[in-house]
Design a protein around this ligand. Structure first.
Ligand code: ATP
Length: 173
């Protein structure tokens, strides 16, 4: 089954079941190293698992998994919210999904200028020949991956979402 077939099948049944009153939403909490990024109810959450996008519905069996860099989607009453996830873990219980991310943002709150500056800084550093030490090289490589993820996510997903008021200061669009 191709991923879009899977997505369509997963997408339809929770809302139908909810209409019939046979299913409760699942709680979703996304926590990053410095803040609570999201908490709320969801009909379905799709996380960037190590082996691909993983759809989680209410009453899912308990699960603990690592996450790779990618997009997490929270679907509630047919509306999708998109989040960038820069790696981390997900813990699933039948009534709650907890995501512990190294860094995470709602795509609507991403500051484009800031991500462009971060990408520029990292690219410049990596171009400047042999790094002073491995740690700073790895840190800059990770900064480049985070900024690329944020900028790609804005391009792909922001058109379908309105912005969070006040989150777009200084953006060049
Ligand atoms: P910068 O160099 O601009 O700080 P960074 O990748 O080093 O970027 P992180 O350490 O990943 O930043 O994140 C620090 C905090 O800032 C986190 O809460 C993260 O969600 C937030 N953040 C980072 N970049 C952006 C951005 N472009 N837009 C909105 N929030 C951001």
């Amino acid at each position: 089954m191709c991923s879009s077939d899977l997505w369509n099948k997963l997408s339809v049944w929770p809302s139908l079941a909810r209409q019939k009153g046979s299913i409760m939403p699942i709680r979703c909490e996304i926590v990053s190293q410095d803040r609570m990024v999201y908490e709320g109810d969801a009909d379905m959450v799709v996380v960037p698992g190590e082996s691909g996008q993983m759809g989680i519905l209410p009453n899912h069996a308990p699960l603990l998994s690592t996450l790779k860099y990618g997009i997490l989607t929270v679907r509630t009453k047919g509306v999708d919210e998109y989040f960038t996830i820069a790696g981390g873990f997900v813990e699933v219980q039948p009534d709650i999904i907890t995501v512990m991310a190294d860094a995470a943002e709602n795509v609507r709150e991403i500051d484009i200028s800031r991500a462009e500056d971060a990408r520029h800084r990292a690219e410049q550093f990596l171009k400047e020949g042999p790094p002073p030490d491995t740690d700073s090289y790895l840190a800059m490589e990770a900064a480049l991956r985070r900024s690329n993820l944020r900028l790609e996510a804005v391009q792909r997903f922001r058109r379908s979402q309105s912005r969070i008021p006040g989150s777009d200061q200084g953006e060049r669009e």
